[in-house]
Design a protein around this ligand. Structure first.
Ligand code: ADP
Ligand code: MG
Length: 590
């Protein structure tokens, strides 16, 4: 489980011992270095979540550090305000700025987002340097030191303690966050927004949450910096530093909170060494370390995509996963007692891709408590129909209604909230996460823990219930033996069944399955059919998109046969099987 790797206690203890030893015995140079590593770790940590986990690249974090530093510098030099009071002000201002920037830039796709972060990174930097009341390029001096209960933290060794208490606290909170309901949703975003949204995650909102979280950490670091230096100017908040923060997150290992510390330490120490060594080696001075960093980055991206941390983590013995403790189940939907009434109505649905008509004037309904098979040859339009129902695709014409409510203008996560669960024909699991974590994502809508509750670890009761629900779904799907395995270690057919378990964890009213039996062996297919029959007997309604005629025959109540986007036949499996048009199209006229 890479998102929140298990760090052996002994490694953590050794690290803390090293941290404590530095201010006690190391020369001042190392204490200063330790201070900077702590400050940088906090910023890099934000990037681990934003870039490493949620996949949003930002070059502009230094600007948020500057926002924290400048706000506190200005406020505390203008008025006799305690730095402790200036901190919430700085955080509030940063949150507002990050929200505004997030709303504008996070809609951008591909390389536009990183470019936009460079743009506002430079813009904020220039703002600091060009406002006279912020001291222009000279900056602001005479910033008061921090004090705790009358004890002034003027000494670097004392300040070191504060920086590292804050850094460790943010590490703890971020690790908690990753191992929680919102954290699972964040991690799921790497599998593509479509997958996360199928379980009710509002992707656009979550991106902004991650962005603001990262900005607040940067601001916190900037605030600490301002009262350590007691002087600020624009230089450390420029785009160069923004790139270095990203280096730290990527080199350390952008998918683990400890990667932030490793990256910050590596870059900071390496930079120190290079600044000493390179000029004497090359016989002249200059910022040559940037070139070395660039080369290092390229080498790393070639040979260790995930940074240094996963290597270090491999040295430690893996923690053995235990059984999932029993817990009261999460709230479920009230079972729908109605039988055999239309729950989903597809009315003259049409979908075109350019000139191609993938679904052509298709109408059918799904009735409560049945398993409806949607079958047809390859390319018939089954998956497209599936996408139209789940909201992943937009209708070109016609309408689809669930319990009388049109789904046309709803997003996939709103459709998920109505109680429609789905699997993906092309498996979309998080390969490095355990089966348990993958399936727990399915229960996203049944929990309510938010970022704050998760970060402070106040979500443990709900989390235990979520895990119990996931474990139960895994067991029902017959995968109990694989609960703690990494998803990628399973054969593709079995991964499809993990997808079924994940959809079950959502407690759906209507379950949409796209070729769940593909790649399964005979006995596995039989087990899947038994599972689906069991679900039906509990009142679940199931739409089964299938290619394999034999699999659907004994299992479904009714069949809708498609060919070239149109409905060819509809009825009981035995009747449909005799239909000459179906035989002609489907079986090639046998
Ligand atoms: P099935 O699931 O029945 O095999 P699909 O619904 O995947 O069929 O595809 C129906 C038709 O639509 C095929 O001709 C396919 O090539 C085309 N198609 C599906 N998705 C897209 C897309 N995103 N863009 C263009 N054509 C598509
Ligand atoms: Mg298909």
């Amino acid at each position: 489980m890479r998102g929140a790797p298990a760090v052996p206690r002994i490694a953590t203890a050794a690290f803390v011992a090293l941290l404590v030893a530095v201010p006690l015995i190391a020369p001042p140079f190392w204490v200063t270095l330790g201070n900077y590593i702590g400050l940088y770790s906090i910023v890099a940590l934000g990037l681990v979540l934003l870039t490493g986990v949620a996949g949003q690249t930002s070059f502009g974090q230094a600007a948020f550090v500057g926002l924290g530093a400048y706000t506190s510098a200005w406020v505390t030099t203008q008025a006799p305000v305690s730095p402790w009071l200036a901190l919430p002000m700085a955080l509030a201002l940063t949150a507002v700025v990050a929200l505004a920037l997030g709303f504008i830039t996070l809609r951008m796709k591909g390389h536009y987002l990183p470019l936009a972060t460079i743009a506002w990174g430079i813009a904020l930097y220039l703002t600091f340097g060009n406002l006279d009341w912020l001291g222009g390029h000279t900056g602001i001096g005479g910033i008061p030191p921090l004090s705790i209960g009358g004890f002034s933290l003027r000494n670097e060794r004392h300040y070191y303690a504060l920086i590292w208490v804050v850094a460790l606290a943010t590490l703890w909170a971020s690790r908690n966050l990753l191992d929680s309901r919102p954290g699972r949703a964040l991690r799921a975003m790497k599998g593509g927004l479509e997958m996360a949204e199928a379980f009710g995650v509002n992707g656009a909102r979550l991106k902004i949450v991650a962005f603001v979280y990262a900005a607040l950490l940067a601001c916190l670091s900037g605030w600490l910096y301002a009262h350590l230096q007691r002087f600020v100017n624009p230089t450390p908040f420029g785009i160069n530093q923004g790139i270095e923060y990203l280096f730290m997150a990527v080199i350390g290992g952008a998918a683990s909170v400890w990667g932030a510390v490793v990256g910050a330490a590596l870059i900071t120490i390496l930079k120190e060494v290079l600044q000493d060594v390179l000029p004497s080696l090359l016989g002249r001075s200059g910022n040559f370390e940037i070139v070395v960093f660039g080369v290092l980055m390229i080498v790393l991206l070639q040979f260790a995509r995930d940074g240094v941390w996963p290597w270090l983590a491999r040295l430690a013995p893996a923690r053995r996963a235990r059984a999932v403790p029993a817990a009261a189940p999460l709230p479920s939907r009230a079972a729908d007692p109605s039988r055999d009434v239309a729950i989903l109505t597809v009315h003259r649905a049409r979908k075109t891709f350019g000139g191609l008509v993938a679904v052509d004037d298709l109408s059918f309904e799904i009735r409560t408590g049945e398993i409806l098979g949607l079958i047809g040859p390859n390319g018939a339009g089954k998956s497209t129909t599936f996408g139209l129902i789940s909201g992943a695709l937009r209708l070109s014409g016609g309408d689809i209604a669930f319990r009388g409510q049109s789904l046309q203008s709803l997003t996939p996560y709103e459709i998920a909230r109505l109680g429609i669960g789905r699997t993906f024909q092309h498996v979309r699991l998080l390969p490095h996460m355990s089966v348990l974590d993958n399936v727990a994502l399915g229960a996203y809508l049944r929990g309510s823990a938010g970022v704050l509750r998760a970060a402070l670890r106040l979500d443990r009761a709900e989390e235990a219930r979520t895990r119990a629900v996931a474990a139960r779904a895994i067991e029902r799907a017959g995968l109990a033996a694989h609960t703690f395995d990494e998803a990628r270690s399973l054969p593709l057919g079995t991964q499809r069944i993990v997808e079924v378990a994940r959809a079950l964890a959502a407690d759906p009213v209507l379950l949409l399955l796209d070729e769940p039996a593909a790649g399964l062996r005979f006995l596995e297919k039989k087990a899947l059919a038994d599972l689906l029959r069991g679900l039906r007997s509990e009142g679940m309604t199931i739409l089964l998109v299938e290619h394999d005629m034999e699999f659907v025959m004994g299992l479904t109540d009714r069949l809708v046969v498609m060919d070239f986007g149109e409905k060819l036949a509809e009825g009981r499996p035995d009747d449909v099987r005799q239909d000459p048009a179906v035989l002609e199209a489907y079986l090639g006229g046998v």
